[in-house]
Design a protein around this ligand. Sequence first.
Ligand code: C5P
Length: 304
Amino acid sequence: MPQEPGAQMASGYTVKVRAYAKVNLTLDVLGKRPDGYHELESIMQSIGLYDTLEFRSASDGIRLSCNHPEVPAGEDNLIHKAARALQESFGLAQGAEIRLEKAIPVAAGLAGGSADAAGTLIGLNALWGLHLSHRELAEVAAGLGSDVNFCLTGGTALAQGRGERVTVLPAAPNFWLVLLKPRFGVSTAEVYRGLDLKSVGDLRPDTVAMLNACVINDFNAIAGGLRNVLESVTLSRYPELSELKAALRRAGAAGVLMSGSGPTVFGIAPDEETAEEVAAALMGFKATCYVTRTHKKGVEMERS
Ligand code: C5P
């Protein structure tokens, strides 16, 4: 059971959460904001690929360890920042040891870091017995990164503003995805810096049509409506991504798109069998392939 606020933590008490990745089914940029960020309109979808975070109570300090050599476990990690933001916002003295098992690829456009931050807020809320409401956690989340609020809730949602204003859809579509993550990562900030809104052409999505398609689970309309204006930057810098998209299409994906600022591209399929056939036809490409499906949550507690 979670501890009461301020209570002495029993040593050995642990909380385990799964933090799920997302893809963008649409991503539109409406303009540049005075704060340097961009005004977004994006439909985000949680997918079944997840990191696992385990939290163990400690008398003070935040200590993070990770199974993945490329993930920095220092103070710059968003998990650290989320834990500190929670401590500072609510004047907490409790500490935690956090173990991250990383499965979501890094710098991939799948919100792996944001998912971990959201998982940390939910995990520590339980470990420390804080009983903070979703709204209170969302306020902390918004200060950590544009996608963290979406990851707190997950499922299918429209993200607006910097990305932090999230409206969850009443129903979530149900389909399979084949993801291709090339060996390199990209910097989101650099992609946004390279964006020229005058040259996005027909990459602009019809967001309202996609919202409707998601709500009624119209697979063909979802496949036909996938658009991301950031492709205008990332695909021109990395032409191999266009080749990966073409390969996904040839392999039988019904619709294909780059997620977020990239470089992961994904294709969608109506069922697992078709998704596995698409993945099998993609052997030999210089990219890691994942087969997964839409998921209804951003963070889930694991019973241990
Ligand atoms: O908020 P987050 O840390 O995920 O954003 C990373 C970078 O992406 C920002 O520093 C900014 O350069 C860019 N960005 C943006 N407009 C947004 C979201 C992100 O320009 N709405």
